[in-house]
Every structure is written in structure tokens, then in C-alpha cells.
Design a protein around this ligand. Structure first.
Ligand code: FAD
Ligand code: FES
Length: 263
């Protein structure tokens, strides 16, 4: 509903609520780090697939960084971060007790109701939102199978951050699990016909999962990435082409139906 804000944006779109969090812990898994933050108001509202916009502490960073919710535990949210550049590098260097501001939860959610069997497909740091999703699916009674692809041994250590019963791993260099991509795992899986596919990862992986799902007759969802400025719908910096036209990854997404994304 519009509240009279400029250009038809809702108040929520223009001003995502910022909360002052505190680092509760940091664990490192090879190339990835799990940052746990005490943020009760976000933890109370969050659903799988959503993300937060995190202020990089210490100054020098104008824009907040979008990070998926990896897990929600009581009054805490956990983020899984790959240090790709200076902002994420600084976030992975935070220590217990440090202050960190974050806005959220933002964006659309992965639908989970009515799903009996789910296939979670992740590529690299794209695996991040799939732990929270897996927990919600299991809680809703679904059988969950996961297939993750990583580039090498260091990245594959991230699998240690996940608690899933059926998790298959592939690495491009063959150092962990199957040699190849995550798509090579999918071919060997025996899944019920009504399985719902959930994918998050690089664009090329989303495209491959979309082709594979279509051929297998399975429907599903994909979480997309885009460079973001506001993270809450007002700057239109994160627009992508979809079968429904141009949509904002931060507000109409990041979760879209798999058959509507145009990777
Ligand atoms: C909805 C959403 C959820 C995300 N969830 C996670 C997550 O759970 N964990 C995580 O580690 N990262 C996640 N990302 C990506 C993360 O936001 C970027 O890696 C981070 O902002 C980079 O900031 P930086 O200052 O470290 O690097 P920069 O110096 O800004 O960039 C470093 C490199 O990363 C690339 N990059 C920067 N932002 C993005 C982006 N949004 N998408 C793709 N490439 C990017 C740049 O092109 C450059 O090559 C997510 C992005 C989105 C949009
Ligand atoms: S990041 Fe500003 S509209 Fe999406």
C-alpha cells in the first residue's frame, strides 16, 4: 500500500529499518566465515530466502552490503560470508562484541508450504541461504536433498557449516566429492516426481539448473544476485529482466520462480 512517499514507493521500501546488532561469534570454514549477530527484531521476522543490508564498520564504505540469512537461532542471525572485496573482507574480520548495523529482513522468501520433497542446489557462496531454507523445509515435513558445487578444497570447507542429512558436494578440481559441477551431481539423483528445486548461485549455474529442471519436469525457485545500493526498492539499481518484465532483485526478489528468470 502506498503511503504518499515520492514516486509511489511505500515507506518500507524507502527506509528499511536499521537495527544495532552485536557480534556474538565468528567461525571460519576455509574461504567462508560464519558471522553470528545478536539482532532480535530481525530474527523474529526473518524467513528463508531473505537478506539483510549490513553496514561495513570502521568507515570508508558508503554502501551497505547485501548478505543472505544463513540461519536464525533464537535472537541471533547468522551470515555466511565469502571475502570477495574490501567490504566483505572487513566483515569477516569482526570479533565477538563488535557493533554492526544491519537493515532487514528484506526481499522475498522461498515458498515452503506443501512441499514433500525438495532439492537444494547451491554454487559457491550461493549456498548461503540454503541452510535456513533446509531447516524450515524439514520443520514443514519435507525430505531435503542438497547438492553444492565449489571451485576447490578451500571453498568446499564451507560444507562444514551446513547441517543437512543428504548433502552431495562437487568440486571443479575434484579435491572434495565428485569432480565437476553441481549439475554433474543432479544427473545421478533419484528424486520423487513432485520434487521442488531451490537454486542459488552464479548465473551460469542458475541457467543450467533451469534447463535441467525443465528437462526433468520439475518446478522450482531461484535466488538471484545483483549489485545493490539501497536494498529496499527505491534506487532501481538492481533491476533484472524476467518473464514478468523488469523486476528489482531487492524487493520483488531475490527469490523468483525458476521458470521466470532469464539468466
Ligand atoms: C541478495 C544478495 C544476497 C547475497 N548474499 C551473500 C551472502 O550470503 N554471502 C556473501 O558472501 N555474499 C553475498 N552476496 C554478495 C555480496 O553482497 C558481495 O560479495 C559484497 O557486497 C561484496 O562487497 P565487497 O566490498 O567485499 O566487494 P566489492 O569490492 O564491492 O566487490 C568485489 C567483487 O565482488 C563482486 N560483487 C560485488 N557485489 C556483488 C553482488 N551483489 N553480486 C555479485 N558479485 C558482486 C564485484 O563485482 C567484485 O568482483 C549477496 C548479494 C546479494 C545481492
Ligand atoms: S538496490 Fe535499490 S532498488 Fe534494489
Amino acid at each position: 500500500m502506498n503511503d504518499g512517499s515520492p514516486e509511489g514507493h511505500t515507506h518500507a521500501e524507502l527506509w528499511a529499518e536499521t537495527v544495532h546488532g552485536r557480534v556474538a561469534g565468528m567461525r571460519h570454514f576455509g574461504a567462508f566465515s560464519e558471522l553470528e549477530i545478536v539482532a532480535p527484531r530481525i530474527a523474529a521476522k526473518a524467513v528463508p530466502g531473505q537478506f539483510v543490508m549490513v553496514t561495513v564498520p570502521g568507515g570508508g564504505f558508503l554502501l551497505r552490503r547485501p548478505l543472505s540469512l544463513f540461519a536464525v537461532r533464537s535472537d541471533r542471525v547468522a551470515l555466511l560470508i565469502e571475502a570477495r572485496g574490501p567490504g566483505s573482507e572487513r566483515l569477516t574480520g569482526l570479533e565477538t562484541g563488535d557493533a554492526v548495523d544491519l537493515a532487514g529482513p528484506l526481499g522475498s522468501a522461498f515458498p515452503v508450504s506443501g512441499v514433500a520433497s525438495a532439492l537444494l542446489v547451491g554454487g559457491g557462496i550461493g549456498c548461503a541461504p540454503l541452510q535456513f531454507l533446509s531447516e524450515e523445509l524439514v520443520r514443514a515435513g519435507a525430505q531435503v536433498t542438497a547438492a553444492f558445487g565449489f571451485r576447490d578444497f578451500r571453498a568446499a570447507r564451507a560444507a562444514g557449516a551446513f547441517a543437512m542429512e543428504r548433502l552431495w558436494v562437487a568440486t571443479e578440481d575434484g579435491s572434495v566429492g565428485r569432480r565437476g559441477t553441481v549439475i554433474d551431481i543432479l544427473a545421478g539423483l533419484d528424486l520423487p516426481p513432485q520434487t521442488v528445486v531451490y537454486a542459488c548461485g552464479p548465473t551460469a549455474m542458475i541457467a543450467a539448473v533451469q534447463r535441467w529442471s525443465l528437462a526433468a519436469g520439475l518446478r522450482g525457485y531461484a535466488s538471484l544476485e545483483a549489485h545493490m545500493a539501497c536494498g529496499s526498492g527505491s534506487c532501481h539499481g538492481c533491476v533484472v529482466d524476467t518473464a514478468r518484465g523488469k523486476l528489482r532483485v531487492c524487493s520483488e526478489g531475490p527469490v523468483f520462480a525458476l521458470d521466470e528468470v532469464l539468466p
